[in-house]
Design a protein around this ligand. Structure first.
Ligand code: RTP
Ligand code: MG
Length: 147
């Protein structure tokens, strides 16, 4: 089953949007298989955003992502990588459609609430970078009569 790495960035955590964001992916039908609230070291942030190392905003990006706790997650389901990107909206909230997470909650490209892997290769790399194997669970729904 396809998996992706999603992360509520420090702005989303501080604006109390963890629940809202988790809820959107749950309601869509995806399964949360790993999650943790954590501080990010500069080393991890630089590895995570290595593809942007030469960009002028790299320093600010690393400063921002290490500025406060993030909520790191692994989600699983059909086409979750590309569908999660669609649910997040365009990188710059000015271009993000209403109804997407960035379209509904963000106003600046630097503080755009959420990160999501952009390809199967990035998803595999990022899950390995942020989670150890025993932090990603695989489980069936076994409790059928909870009411
Ligand atoms: P992310 O990696 O955070 O999920 O965002 P993304 O794929 O939509 O966008 P990406 O091109 O990977 O850029 C990573 C993050 O860098 C910041 N950025 N700032 N000042 C700028 O022009 C600029 N461009 C990108 C954004 O916070 C973006 O999420
Ligand atoms: Mg990206």
């Amino acid at each position: 089953m396809e998996k992706t790495f999603l992360m509520v960035k420090p702005d989303g955590v501080q604006r109390n949007l963890i629940g809202e964001i988790v809820s959107r992916f749950e309601k869509k039908g995806y399964q949360l298989v790993g999650a943790k609230l954590m501080n990010v070291s500069r080393e991890l942030a630089e590895k995570h955003y290595a593809e942007h190392k030469e960009r002028p905003f790299f320093g600010e990006l690393v400063d921002f992502i290490t500025s406060g706790p993030v909520f790191a997650m692994v989600w699983q389901g059909n086409n979750v990588i590309s569908t999660a990107r669609a649910m997040m909206g365009k990188t710059n909230p000015v271009d993000a459609a209403a109804g997407t997470i960035r379209g509904d909650f963000a106003t600046s490209v630097g503080m755009n609430i959420i990160h999501g892997s952009d390809s199967p290769e990035s998803a595999e790399r990022e899950i390995g970078l942020w989670f150890s194997a025993d932090e990603v669970l695989s489980f069936e729904k076994t409790i059928q009569r909870w009411i």
